[in-house]
Write a protein that binds this ligand. Structure first.
Ligand code: ZN
Length: 535
């Protein structure tokens, strides 16, 4: 079949384009790309566009152009053929960047203009109630697969079956059901024109844009009025843009959108609300699923934007929150707000918007070993369960007793942590390993960015190695912090000092251990200095 490529309306390079394969080298009749089967990133896969065949010189997989698409997605060649044709009919890989780039109103306008320029007619957006009714009916026809349910129940997500069902997560349907699902919605009297995801196929029927490459878990975006405004997909396989650097993981979330499809419409970037309304206190975070999980763990009301700097749409929502009695906004963006200027800028905008609407705004920080508020809350729950287990099964107490019996000495130590100052200026390597310190251009940790937060002694068994002592210090500052301690949980980018009368050793807390470093303690601030400057 593949030996007669002239029978096909496309060539193997179209498939390479659709799959976003990274082309490393070009020759007169072929290119070398990274291999999507073995994950090779050195360009070992040869794609011959003269013969429309491919072969990975590393893992040995090979075949024709349909097999490339079909094998990657567990489809038959016939299914792959139909899907490739459908995707190419509208001018290329339309599940690419445009679906998740729509970060703010001006970007959306720009894209609508681009779509217009490229001659793709768009539908006017349907009314809020129509969008809600169509998407609710669509969700009602879909199921949540066992593997997706397992993922949501896993330690990483921590949801219960009841919560999963209440929040309405579903699995995306297979490509071949898109048309019949849409027909059933139309028969039920639902509007599909102008509802994000739906478009008019060139063969004249309405359908909805679910593809094998964008399969995953559908997450409804619900407004404060309780209406579904759209949906995100948590992708089974992240999509990498072919221009992305090879260490970048690719997009995990995309919006269900039919932009760049005939008579389609952009998803926009709706703000998701979960919790009780009205509420005196409302948390704001980035990511719909994160907000859902944090809400379930904390029983608080959450607003979620699609990205940390994607906050323009919040202003109007803040105004109506203030009118309905909300007094406090808590900014709960990921802890990378301490190193990422973009995230920090988003947080500052939230602060100013809340003030403008007459509400208080606080920035929430937590154990920097956990990136998101959901990760942190789930970790707290795990530790709570662990402690309950230990109470029921007190074996650990014996180990402690044994240690107290053994011969001990008192190890003197100090903890230095990054000081973000009154302005909370981000520091690019905050809470990351030593590689990020080096990447930020520092050979050694810059002591003047640090504050001495603790100076104490730790009883240690005789003959303890430095690494063991450091590990015990980190553990001691991971859960219940001692009274009077004004620092954070010990986390990557902190400096630990072990000292006695003769020697001082400094260690950088790395992501998987401790690295000896040079450090100039006299440049670091003290807590007293920090407090006297009002920080
Ligand atoms: Zn390979």
């Amino acid at each position: 079949m593949d030996s007669h490529p002239q029978e096909f309306p496309f060539g193997i390079m179209d498939v390479v384009e659709l799959l976003h394969l990274n082309v490393r080298r070009r020759q007169y009749d072929s290119v070398y790309t990274d291999c999507p089967f073995c994950g090779d990133q050195r360009g070992k896969m040869n794609v011959n566009f003269d013969k429309n065949v491919w072969r990975c010189n590393y893992c040995g997989q090979s075949g024709g152009m349909l097999a490339l698409y079909a094998r990657l997605h567990n489809l038959s060649n016939a299914e792959a053929y139909r899907e490739i044709c459908d995707e190419l009919s509208m001018g290329g890989a339309s599940w690419g960047r445009e679906d998740f780039r729509a970060e703010n109103a001006s970007a959306i306008r720009q894209e609508a203009e681009t779509a217009g320029r490229e001659g793709i007619s768009q539908s006017p957006r349907a009314g809020a109630r129509e969008i809600h009714e169509t998407l609710s009916a669509l969700f009602g026809m879909l199921k949540l697969s066992d593997s997706h349910r397992r993922h949501l129940r896993s330690e990483k997500r921590g949801l219960t079956d009841g919560q999963i069902d209440a929040l309405g997560f579903k699995s995306t349907p297979p490509f071949y059901m898109c048309r019949s699902l849409t027909e059933r919605l139309i028969q039920k009297g639902c509007t599909v024109a102008g509802v994000p995801g739906f478009y008019l196929h060139e063969k004249g029927y309405w359908t909805v844009k679910f593809t094998t490459m964008t399969s995953g878990i559908l997450i409804p975006a619900v407004g404060m009025d309780g209406l579904i405004q759209g949906a995100q997909i948590l992708l089974d396989v992240p999509i990498r843009d072919k221009n992305d650097p090879s260490d970048k993981k690719g997009a995990k979330y995309i919006w269900l959108s039919s932009q760049n499809r005939n008579m389609g419409v952009t998803s926009g970037s709706p703000v998701h609300f979960v919790g009780k309304f009205p509420a005196r206190t409302v948390y704001v975070t980035e990511g719909l699923l994160k907000a859902d999980i944090a809400h379930c763990a904390m029983c608080r009301s959450f607003l979620a934007t699609a990205g940390a700097n994607n906050v323009a749409a919040l202003e109007e929502i803040f105004r109506s929150l203030a009118q309905s009695g909300t007094e406090l906004i808590i900014e709960a963006h990921d802890m990378d707000k301490f190193r990422n200027a973009m995230t920090a800028a988003g947080g500052n905008k939230i602060y100013l918007m809340a003030k403008k609407c007459g509400m208080e705004c606080r920035r929430l920080t937590w154990d920097p070993n956990y990136k998101g508020i959901d990760d942190w809350q789930l970790a707290l729950k795990r530790k709570e369960r662990q402690r309950e287990g230990e109470r029921k099964n007190p074996g650990a107490a014996d180990i402690l007793q044994n240690m107290q019996d053994a011969e001990c000495f008192l190890q003197k130590y100090r903890i230095y942590q990054l000081d973000f100052g009154r302005e909370q200026t981000p520091i690019p390597f905050a809470f990351e390993g030593i590689r990020e310190l080096h990447k930020a251009g520092f050979e050694q940790p810059p002591a003047k960015e640090y504050c001495l937060v603790w100076d104490s002694v730790l009883p240690c068994p005789e003959n303890s190695m430095d690494k063991e002592i450091l590990k015990r210090i980190k553990d001691a500052f991971s859960d219940h912090l001692p009274d009077g301690y004004k620092g954070r949980q010990v986390a990557p980018s902190d400096i630990l000092e072990l000292y006695d009368e003769e020697k001082r050793s400094y260690y950088y807390v790395d992501t998987g251990g401790f690295e000896p470093v040079r450090f100039s303690p006299f440049l670091a601030r003290t807590i007293q200095e920090r407090e006297s400057t009002g920080q």
